[in-house]
Design a protein around this ligand. Structure first.
Ligand SMILES: [Zn+2]
Length: 378
């Protein structure tokens, strides 16, 4: 009898386990960038899906799925690539039919949960098929061409990198503000100041809320022939009391302090948000040469630039570290050009979080970095 009961109980649990075995679609997120549209769906482990493409349409089928009411509403997103979405359900299989503007290269993969995302994620990327290179290199305005060649070459091109973006929100503040929004606002303000300066031109690694891979950010700098690389961030630690700005420069051997190493790890792991890029052995070889040739000079120049920016930052707020710190961030591994990473303030400090969200304060920060860059060139 006991055996029978335990068998029945066993069967009952087995049954309910099967009944609950459906993949819940917890959330849909869409991110549009000049290069691609990224669709992210929060799912359970072991999601079974397939993708069928037919001219300007693709169907994403997810088997054995459960769609939540909140999720359903988020599904109908349109952008420059997605025109319309329809949902069809057959038993427990959901078919999401996306009507597209054009034919795109579709890539899909799953990601495991991490610190920021508790669910497994199904990611579908729609890439532009043509002119992919054009999104990398922005052509100079026509008016530029009329200028004498010598003037064009003397123009200082500064690549501004707004940290994080899209799925990667960066640090989240005490009042839930996101680093990715703040870094973009400051980067845009800084770009404006630089572009209003004679002989200087700024480019941004991203212009909206989407993720750009760390190595891609470096390639954008190279493709635009940038002479400086400035990455903008907001700091965060567990303590609410840490405050002030710091500047990091590249050190090939990685961080000079425990703190720099910790930061370096958290920044570098951001790459898990993007697609893993195939390694090209030739490119790596070339990179190594460029790297060795220019490393010393670049490091000295980066230190100089970092010190100039810090000096200006000290005039508008606290400094967390009075000297530029060395760290081995992936985004700073740009061969040949001086590169710095500016931690503008602590988003984890409620007072500084307020400051970071304030338009006037953002302008002050952008201006301090701008003055630092000007002083560096003087
Ligand atoms: Zn950051």
């Amino acid at each position: 009898m006991y055996r029978l009961i335990s068998l029945l109980i066993g069967l009952f649990f087995l049954n309910s386990a099967f009944a609950d075995n459906r993949t819940t679609l917890y959330d849909f997120r869409f991110w549009s960038s000049p290069e691609r549209t990224r669709i992210v769906i929060d799912v359970d482990q072991g999601v079974r899906f397939s993708i069928k493409q037919k001219s300007n349409q693709f169907t994403l089928s997810i088997r054995n799925a459960k769609l939540l009411k909140e999720t359903y509403k988020k599904l109908f997103y349109t952008d420059q690539r997605i025109n319309k979405t329809r949902v069809k359900r057959e038993d427990t299989t959901y078919q999401f039919k996306f009507k597209l503007q054009d034919q795109y290269l579709i890539k899909s993969y799953t990601l495991k949960p991490n610190d920021k995302y508790q669910h497994h994620r199904l990611v579908v990327d729609l890439y532009n098929q043509k002119n992919q290179a054009n999104t990398l290199v922005k052509k100079p305005k026509k008016t530029l061409i009329k200028k004498p060649i010598s003037k064009q070459y003397s123009q200082k091109i500064i690549l501004l990198d707004a940290g994080h973006g899209g799925e990667d929100s960066g640090a989240v503040g005490y009042k839930r503000s996101k680093e990715k929004r703040i870094t973009l606002r400051i980067a845009k303000k800084l770009a404006k100041k630089i572009n209003n300066t004679k002989g200087m031109k700024a480019f941004l690694t991203r212009r909206g809320d989407y993720y750009v891979g760390l190595t891609k950010r470096i390639r954008i700098a190279q493709a635009n022939k940038a002479s400086l690389f400035v990455s903008i961030h907001a700091d965060a630690v567990k303590s609410r009391h840490a405050k002030g700005a710091s500047v990091y420069t590249l050190s090939e051997r990685g961080g000079s302090t425990k703190f720099a190493r910790r930061l370096e790890n958290s920044q570098n792991t951001s790459d898990q948000f993007g697609v893993k890029q195939p390694r090209n052995s030739k490119d790596q070889y070339l990179n190594k040469i460029l790297w060795d040739l220019s490393r010393k000079d670049r490091d000295i120049q980066s230190q100089k630039l970092g010190a100039k920016i810090l000096k200006e930052m000290s005039k508008i707020g606290h400094l967390h570290k009075k000297k530029p710190q060395k760290a081995g961030f992936v985004v700073l591994k740009t061969p040949a050009i001086p590169s710095v990473l500016v931690e503008t303030a602590f988003i984890s400090n409620p007072e500084e979080e307020l400051r970071l969200n304030n338009n006037k304060e953002q302008d002050k920060i952008a201006n301090a970095i701008y003055q630092g860059i000007l002083n560096y060139y003087k």
